[in-house]
Design a protein around this ligand. Structure first.
Ligand code: FES
Ligand code: FES
Length: 254
């Protein structure tokens, strides 16, 4: 067999030559041969452990361990479902956790905890928000309405009654968020806010009653894993059609 080396010698037999890519590099340089040998005996972890990067990772971990967790709590005052509340909260607390863990209002659900499903929707000063994305302290002084605050005693909110009438739920996990979102959404439409499917966004004035396409688009931030969408749209449509009566009814109860 013809050798690729003119003098018939193997690479390992060649004399030291700094210019040859087949020979060991000068001291201090890591060759491919040495790297592979090191990988085979110690593995990647061993190599990383000897790299400067490992030292910086270790020092960063130590710095994190040394950092004292924030222990201070801050005062927060807000109204929830019409009642004033004064709380001491960790500044990192979300509004969702405040409601569920500190105020014993578990009707608001935690689904994704990432602003993707809408299960945690509540009304803050009448506007729908994802409470999992809201720091409680950022709503100091706000008026918060949760699903527990929509009914008036034994009288359900029209949206709650419509969800029951039209089977707008199955397991119910998304339902409190769906209902709060629908209430906030109809208020937005009443105030003339257009949506992505609004044909004429220059139009001013109330948008209700809404088409099914408008309802689906405006409720698209609320996911229902059970797929109860036909009932949800039917319920929202019914309340949307009754908006003038529902609005005057709500005003008379206030
Ligand atoms: S739990 Fe807040 S959006 Fe999913
Ligand atoms: S009713 Fe089950 S997730 Fe909507």
């Amino acid at each position: 067999m013809t050798s690729l080396l003119p003098d018939e010698r193997q690479a390992d037999d060649l004399p030291d030559d700094a210019n040859s890519p087949l020979l060991p590099a000068p001291a201090g340089q890591l060759t491919r041969r040495a790297f592979l040998a090191e990988s085979g005996t110690t593995g990647i972890a061993g190599i990383l452990a000897s790299a400067p990067m490992a030292a910086s990772v270790a020092s960063a971990a130590q710095a994190n361990a040394d950092a004292a967790p924030p222990s201070s709590s801050m005062a927060l005052a807000l109204r929830v479902n019409g009642k004033p509340h004064a709380q001491q909260v960790d500044p990192r607390t979300t509004l969702l956790d405040l409601l569920r863990e500190q105020m014993a209002l578990p009707g608001t659900k935690k689904g994704c905890d990432h602003g993707q499903c809408g299960a945690c929707t509540v009304l803050a000063n009448g506007r729908r928000i994802n409470s999992c994305l809201a720091l409680a302290l950022s709503h100091d002084g706000a008026e918060i309405t949760t699903i527990e605050g929509l009914a008036r005693g034994s009288e359900l909110h029209p949206m709650q009654a419509a969800f029951i009438k039209h089977d707008g739920f199955q397991c119910g996990y998304c339902t409190s968020g769906q209902i709060c979102s629908a209430v906030g959404m109809l208020r937005e439409a009443e105030q003339g806010a257009p949506s992505h499917v609004t044909a004429d966004v220059r139009r001013t004035g109330p948008m209700a009653p809404l088409s099914d396409a408008e309802i689906r688009e405006r409720m698209s931030g609320n996911i229902c894993r059970c797929g109860a969408y036909p009932g949800i749209v039917a319920a929202v449509r019914e309340v949307s059609l009754a908006m003038p009566r529902a609005a005057s009814s709500r005003r008379s109860r206030a």
